[in-house]
Write a protein that binds this ligand. Sequence first.
Ligand SMILES: *[C@@H]1O[C@H](CO)[C@@H](O)[C@H](O)[C@H]1NC(C)=O
Ligand SMILES: CC(=O)N[C@H]1CO[C@H](CO)[C@@H](O)[C@@H]1O
Length: 318
Amino acid sequence: MTEVTREAFGHLPQEGGGGTVEKFVLKSDSVKAEVLSLGCIVTALQTKGRDGASADIVLGFDSLEGYTKKHPYFGAVVGRVANRIAKGRFTLDGQEYQLALNNGPNSLHGGARGFDKVLWSPEVVPNGVRFFRLSPDGEEGYPGDLKVWVTYTLCGGELAINYRAQTSKTTPINLTNHAYFNLAGQGSQDIYDHEISIEADSYLPVDDTKIPTGSSATGTAQPPAHLASCGGARRARHPPTGRTLEVHTTQPGLQFYTGNNLDGSLRGKGSAAYPKHSAFCLETQGWPDAVNKPHFPDTLLRPGEEYNHTTWLVFSAA
Ligand SMILES: *[C@@H]1O[C@H](CO)[C@@H](O)[C@H](O)[C@H]1NC(C)=O
Ligand SMILES: CC(=O)N[C@H]1CO[C@H](CO)[C@@H](O)[C@@H]1O
């Protein structure tokens, strides 16, 4: 049985539209997860090691203020389209769309004010919480009114994240959660003592601006490369504590990121500094820039269809 409680976490500044941010705490016998109604952000994830000791294994902040300033998407749901769209531009049904550019020449993670920066409407459900929001037609340049539901449910050591969406006009969509993990506990200085295994069918080489070149490759991936994982297992383990994370997903791709852009300048939970390589992300998603690569799996959602993806994070100690 999972216990779900809610409390006020803070108030958003008036200039950003204001509003109360709530925190939901999901607690099973082995895992405790904390999630905000701002950006569906996972602020804390306590899991047990071999010796039964709990540690918080995600990077984040102690208070709302940290999440309202610039930060690298700690724990947030990113959308409408996670990852980069080259030049923020695409053509659908003969019409050209220009998105907000917020990453050099490209659009990254939904644009200037993506799903990570907005308030969602929460509802407690059995074993978890569901967040809803209507992303209006034209938001950040994307077509169509998009209804989106993100549901977190916890059962024992398994945290499921389900993403659902419906649109009024054809739109690209691919949603993911951007949690930064360190299985030794957040605030640990690096992830060099972790073991990671990803059994992918192929990987996607990228150019200097981290846009896939359009080919896919097999063999050994040279960083930076986006991993396209279909069916295989993804597992991260921290041998000193035994803490293990396995990721399962209905999505066709996975991006493994090792926190290369963390630079120690942010003050995180408990005043921890987060230097380069102090965390990793396993972002399940469609393939990057799919909207401009006709031979990549399609990331379009059309009126009458339903987007419905689930990612399971399974925590254990081994
Ligand atoms: C979403 O898909 C899953 C199968 O992956 C299915 O069990 C579930 O009923 C679907 N949800 C909705 C609301 O259609
Ligand atoms: C609704 C939708 O089109 N979702 C897509 C997300 O991306 C993957 C791969 O790019 C597609 O297979 C999904 O259909």
